[in-house]
Design a protein around this ligand. Sequence first.
Ligand code: NAD
Length: 419
Amino acid sequence: MEKSITKERTMAYISIGENNRLNIPDNPNIGYIEGDGIGPDITSTMISVVNAALEIAYSGKRSIIWEKVAAGEDAFEKTGKHLPQESLELLQKTVIAIKGPLTTPIGQGFRSLNVTLRQHFDLYANVRPVKYFPGVPSPVTHPEKMNMVVFRENTEDLYAGIEWKYNSEEAKKLRTILTKEFNVNLTEDTGIGIKPISKFRSTRLVRKAIEYAIKNKRRSVTLVHKGNIMKYTEGAFKEWGYEVASEEFEDKTVREDAYLESPGSYQDRIVIKDRITDNMFQQVLTRTEDYDIIATTNLNGDYLSDALAAQVGGLGIAPGANIGDTYAIFEAVHGTAPKYAGMDIANPTSIILSGSMMLRQINWFEAAQILEEAVTQCYAEQKVTQDLARILNIKPLKCSEFGKEIISRMRGRKDQLAN
Ligand code: NAD
């Protein structure tokens, strides 16, 4: 009997239906990459917390079959490759996966494994929710006003890697073309990078942000850009953003100017606004509560998402995901923290909350809710790992102990509801 259940369960892959809709079985196989450094500690804690949340929310009706995907230093030792072909195939099969941090291999010819994964699965949106957990030490006076989700374009902009060193043949050729054909003169000591921003990629990113805003009943989507200076890249991003809102979500969205003229007429609409990047960095500090979902280009998003995370306690806590039209990989947003590797002292919150984002992605909202409430409760009671205990001057929990505290609060909540 046990055997047949196992067999049946191992067949339960998520499949992709019409219009990229995911068919989610009750016991899906989900891929996980343990990660390097602190990866194994935080990933195993995340798995035990997510398993407990599922058990508590669904009493065995829904569960995850975790499939280990080899990547990083461990894979390199065994196969000579940091990301073997079989791993990519397995991730293709599971559709949804979660990963710990991976060391970026040093040396010529290595791309970051994260970049490789994003490109291979066309994970074009980097999604980073940032909100405050009472009890977490913060550098700002009102961290509780922060509740934003950044949608950062993941595949183009200056991060596309199209650049040449000042003394390369390519840079020389380009400088010559610019001088001869465009009357643009660059000195011989000028390196060149290209900033591609396309309509297709901007539009799909903003579309995803608006769809998220609608699904999660959020208030606004702010297009963050530096279009006052870079008109045909950043400026175009803004224009295309407004365009997709009005053409595809006409009855669900309203532009900020129209909304401000008559707020009462647009109560249920998502307000679409735009801000220049430098102004936005001030606004998130001075008018934090005015911002909700942010859609932005790659470079802006990189800076902005870390700055927002810093306002509410840093990278150890903030979750993240790379999401495409079908595939999605959820991740701890921090690195491998090698000095804490194997010591069971790292903070697993980032990957645990990424696990919760993953549950929401497959529409298992009840388990996600239970999990997030328990994390919130732990922070409110100042049950924390050493990174925060040090600042608060209190006794730290180990990584695995923190996981157990979360689980005991989830169980406590269930008992409370049952009585
Ligand atoms: P890092 O995030 O590993 O460390 C920065 C600081 O934060 C360190 O002091 C570290 O000890 C601390 N820290 C990070 N996460 C923590 C946690 N969960 N709990 C407690 N403390 C934590 O960044 P780094 O030192 O610049 O990078 C180390 C390695 O990680 C590099 O190889 C880098 O390429 C890689 N990296 C990977 C990812 C990823 O896979 N997504 C992201 C960033 C860096």
